[in-house]
Each structure stands twice: as C-alpha cells, then as structure tokens.
Ligand binder design. Structure first.
Ligand SMILES: C[S@@+](CC[C@H](N)C(=O)[O-])C[C@H]1O[C@@H](n2cnc3c(N)ncnc32)[C@H](O)[C@@H]1O
Length: 244
C-alpha cells in the first residue's frame, strides 16, 4: 500500500485549504494548448483532476462521434477516435481509483497502471509513443537521480514533436520570496513525510536533468511570487553541430 492511499480522498480539500485554486491554475495553465494531443502519458496524476480536464479537452477537439456501448452494457459519453489515449500511471491504488471514477465518461480512452515509477515505466509501454507527458507536482516526490532515470525511460517513448508539461514548487534563488518559499517547501516535505512516509526531502534539479536529456524549456509561467512554476518543455530539434 502506498502512503498516498490515505491521502487520496482528502487530497483535493487539503490542497484547496492550503493553496486555494493556485495549484489548479498551475496544472491547467497550458491546457488550452494541449487540445491536439492524441496520446498522453500522465505520471503521478493523483486523483485525476488534470486527467479529467485533458480528456474533456481532447474529446471536444476530436471528431465528435456517437456514444459507445461497452461490453458490460454501460454507455460512454463519447467514442472519440481510435488513436486517442490517455495513460495514467501512479503508485497509489487509492489515487488511481478516484482518477478512474472521475474519468469514467471517457473510460474507453483511459488506461491506468499501478506502478512505482522509481522502478521505471511498465514494460507493457515499450512500443507506445506519446505526444504529451505531464508531471504535475510529482517530480518533487523523486530525487534528482530518480528523475534522471525516469526521463531516460520516458524520452524514447515520446514523438519528435512531443511536449512535457511540468508543474512544480520552486524556491526562487534570490529575492524577498526566497525564505518564505523555502519555509513552505520544507513544511510541505515534513507534512508529506508524516502523512505518506515520503522519503524525498528536497526539490530535485529536474531542469538540469531535462536539459541533459535534450529538452528545451519552451514556455514558463510563475505564480505566487515564484513559489509555483508551470513549464512546457520540448525535445530540442536544433541540428547537431558539425564535427570539424
Ligand atoms: C503530490 S501528489 C500530486 C498529485 C497530482 N499530480 C497533483 O497535481 O496534485 C504525488 C502523486 O504522485 C504519486 N507518486 C508519488 N511517488 C510515486 C512513485 N514513486 N511512483 C508512482 N507514483 C508516485 C502519488 O501517489 C501521488 O498521486
């Protein structure tokens, strides 16, 4: 059982109590640009609030088709096109159960895996290709070395034009917000350690990792005076320098 299981139900309300709608704004910041997504890989999506919004956006943008009757007799709201899929991977069965029920309207488009992502992606996905990867407030559960391994695993499964959207906490390197942000992040890690047993206790240097794997930061927006960051990364397509 994952330590996040016991947080799954109250997670949304704990978030609203601590940060209001700020984390939600951060998660959804790039959503309007993601409507053309065909195959998305959502890592550590938790209770699926982003998954739901993404699925609704994809379905709306895709060619509208009639509802589909599933083998169990139930009916989906949409049958969207065959190549659309959202794969959500999380280490908490409790979180995944809520995600599945939230996204039941598009369950024919959704595949979920219960997996500890520090051990890599499920082998079943080795031939899959994704044009979107998202990690919303998930990379902070990993060490820099674990992020490095994960990015190395995910990158070969991304299409050339794929995007990787990251939402994260951030401690500004200088300025008046540095100490308050550091204190909030420390407090959050302490809280998660107590509630979930999370071992990680500092933000990983995921930006250096992504850059080292050939990603470039395409767009970024900061919120709450730099405490939150929403980032859109792409694979660098600039030509390799010619060898002399
Ligand atoms: C802080 S929550 C963030 C949830 C959601 N993405 C959000 O934006 O609120 C971290 C999520 O990552 C999952 N998680 C943490 N460590 C994990 C691991 N090693 N493997 C897979 N999932 C993990 C937790 O179960 C939880 O759902």
């Amino acid at each position: 059982m994952s330590g996040f299981d016991r947080l799954a139900r109250p997670y949304r309300w704990l978030e609203y109590l601590s940060f209001g709608r700020a984390l939600e704004r951060c998660r959804l910041h790039f959503l309007p640009q993601l409507a053309d997504t065909r195959r998305a890989l959502l890592l550590g999506d938790g209770d699926g609030r982003f998954a739901e919004r993404l699925l609704r956006t994809m379905v709306k943008a895709g060619a509208p088709q009639p509802a589909l009757r599933l083998p169990d007799g139930s009916v989906t709201e949409t049958a969207a096109s065959e190549d659309m899929q959202v794969v959500a991977i999380d280490g908490s069965a409790g979180m995944l159960a809520i995600l599945q029920s939230r996204c039941a309207f598009a369950r024919n488009l959704l595949v979920t895996y219960l997996t500890d992502l520090t051990q890599g992606l499920p082998a079943m996905l080795q031939y899959d290709r994704f044009d979107l990867v998202t990690t919303h407030f998930f990379l902070d559960c990993l060490s820099t070395a674990q992020v490095d391994r994960l990015v190395g695993d995910v990158k070969p499964r991304m299409t050339a034009n794929a995007r990787w959207v990251v939402s994260e906490f951030s401690v500004p390197p200088r300025g008046a917000m540095r100490l308050p942000a550091w204190t909030i992040v420390r407090g959050l890690y302490l809280g998660f350690r107590l509630l979930t047993g999370l071992r990680t206790q500092r933000l990983p240097d995921y930006r250096s990792v992504l850059q080292a794997h050939g990603f470039v930061l395409d767009q970024q927006t900061c919120m709450l005076a730099g405490l939150l960051t929403s980032e859109l990364w792409r694979l660098d397509k600039s030509p390799e320098p010619l060898e002399s």
